[in-house]
Design a binder for this molecule. Structure first.
Ligand SMILES: [Zn+2]
Length: 300
């Protein structure tokens, strides 16, 4: 493929930098692409690093993005052909905490919130999970926080009809079957979570910005978790994380850049080595007003 050296593979959607350095070329369509009729004939998909923020962008063969977008609201049909989403839920929920990425995530968030919240006694807190998927996160979060003194209620937003039906069947939280946006009318949340969601989006900064509108301006916390770009070095090219459904892989600097460009303040950001072997980046962020309030309280 001939590429103008100056423009490389185009612009980084996160920071506007140049996509220059190819880190991996994949020669085989993954199972989602095959499902959509993409063949291996002349197929090359490339993971290309931004020279500015360091995020790695999935650069597709022509025509593939349009096909993938046709799958957008129905990918569980492909993903769970051999088992049901309910079985997947039961399987993950039954893992012992030490072996569960999800239990570790819930622990991480509870411990951040314990430091962050000046919880007003007796008032119920509200959580919003965007892209709730199997629902394992919200279920575990509600179970584990029910042992704390703070009461929580939650809303799950999930566009996939199969997943949304499953989430409703759990009967633990409200479910909105839709694509979340700032127009969803969801506001004032104490916690908003994007667990392995923004890596699926061509424009992650936009969703981060829209999610900020769902946060309580005084104390809302946004938790964002994404796959780390080191995955490129430690997993085989056919690994799901390197597949066609993921648009970007991140490091600490690039997730920090994405959150900052969305107008939020990063409060904490970490690299995670998850029990499943996944390497991920996780950040806690807040609106500038909330960060300011927390700083004043911290300095008092
Ligand atoms: Zn960039």
């Amino acid at each position: 493929m001939t590429k103008n050296l100056k423009t490389g593979f185009g612009r980084c959607a996160i920071c506007g930098g140049q996509l220059i350095r190819e880190l991996l070329a994949i020669q085989e369509p993954d199972r989602f692409e095959r499902h959509l009729g993409v063949t291996r004939d002349g197929y090359v998909r490339r993971w290309v690093e931004c020279d500015s923020c360091g995020a790695v962008t999935n650069v597709y063969p022509e025509g593939v993005i349009a096909r993938l977008e046709s799958l957008a609201a129905g990918y569980y049909e492909v993903d769970f052909r051999s088992s049901t989403i309910g079985q997947k839920y039961a399987e993950v929920m039954s893992l012992p905490a030490a072996r569960s990425d999800n239990a570790q995530r819930v622990g991480r968030i509870r411990s951040f919130l314990a430091e962050w919240c000046a919880a007003e006694g007796g008032k119920e807190s509200r959580a919003l999970d965007i892209g709730a998927g199997t629902g394992v996160f919200l279920s575990r979060f509600l179970q584990d926080t029910s042992r704390d003194s703070q009461a929580w209620s939650a809303i799950a937003v999930e566009p996939d009809p199969v997943a949304a039906e499953h989430l409703r069947s759990l009967g633990q939280f409200n479910v909105r079957q839709e694509v979340f946006s700032a127009d969803s009318g969801l506001t004032g949340f104490d916690l908003c979570t994007l667990n392995k969601v923004i890596e699926h989006l061509a424009d992650p900064v936009r969703l981060l910005h829209e999610a900020s509108s769902a946060l309580s301006p005084q104390q809302g916390v946004l938790y964002v978790e994404v796959p780390a770009k080191e995955t490129l070095l430690h997993r085989p090219p056919e690994d799901n994380i390197l597949g066609a459904l993921h648009r970007h892989l991140y490091d600490v600097a690039s997730l920090n850049a994405a959150i900052g460009r969305a107008g939020l303040v990063v409060m904490r950001i970490d690299r995670l080595y998850e029990p499943s072997g996944k390497i991920s980046i996780a950040a806690f962020a807040a609106r500038p007003e909330a960060a300011e309030i927390r700083s004043r309280r911290g300095a008092a």
